[in-house]
Design a protein around this ligand. Sequence first.
Ligand code: ASP
Length: 310
Amino acid sequence: MSHYTLVIHGGAGTISKSNINAEQESAYCDALGKALEAGFSCLKNDGTALDAVRAAVVSLEDCILFNAGKGSVFGKDGRQEMDASIMDGKTLMAGAVAAVRNIRNPVELAYTIMTKSQHVMLNGSGAYEFAVQQGLAIEPDDYFFSQFRYDQWKEIQGTNNAALDHNVSVRDKKFGTVGAVALDKHGNIAAATSTGGMTNKQFGRIGDSPIIGAGTYANNKTCAISCTGHGEPFIRAVTAYDVSCLMEYKEFSLSEAMHVVVHDKLLKIDGEGGMIGVDTQGNAAMVFNSEGMYRGMMNAEGKKEILIYK
Ligand code: ASP
């Protein structure tokens, strides 16, 4: 019996029942459901884990509710810069893109860098030029604009604070970075993450999401992980790879390793956020130390969950 599984997240942060109304809650659940279907149908039809995480992340990037692709947060200069990465657990190949503008689907650019270039990571104008060469979809600034994110930015514009998109104290404080991890019918795993980063960030700031080992990691020997949260501590803790190391060198289970990293190691350095993970046995986990995390999973046994709060 194959245990193919897909897990997704739409960001972690100050997400609680008291700051989401019923209409917003159902919009988020619908969007998460759509992304799950997009990725899971790939797995069901014999597709690879890589294709499944791409499909799920593209669906979330295209949804204005999440802080990735369309609807990304605004940086200090009033513009959006996005980061994304993808990793194949079978080959340990990876692709990443940092601080890019106007790329419709940064995860597709990360995938194209992995499959069509000799590099792992491209940033800024070099990444843009490569995207154009490869015929990826480019959109004008307006495409990425959303009023609620603009209002979030306005609230802290002019300060030196950079905030997790959900933590800005405006009415709508519940939008997030996106990610997916999957196990396919062939026993291979993959992970992908995409984000607009943090509101009011310095332009050129790069978070954990595009850094292989920090925000994203996949290795058939251990696990596939996608993180969300305050990027700087996640980079310093080499978060995603640490989960893999605890499994490889200390023989922790996926869930044990994720709990130690999220509730102990990250908390000790004020690392607020969470992560999703899957292993080659089809074990899946969604762990966070913040108030909530948009998340969902589906597996071959017919289990389907879409959750927001603790
Ligand atoms: N980790 C992302 C970053 O720091 C933000 C997030 O997950 O919401 O760029």
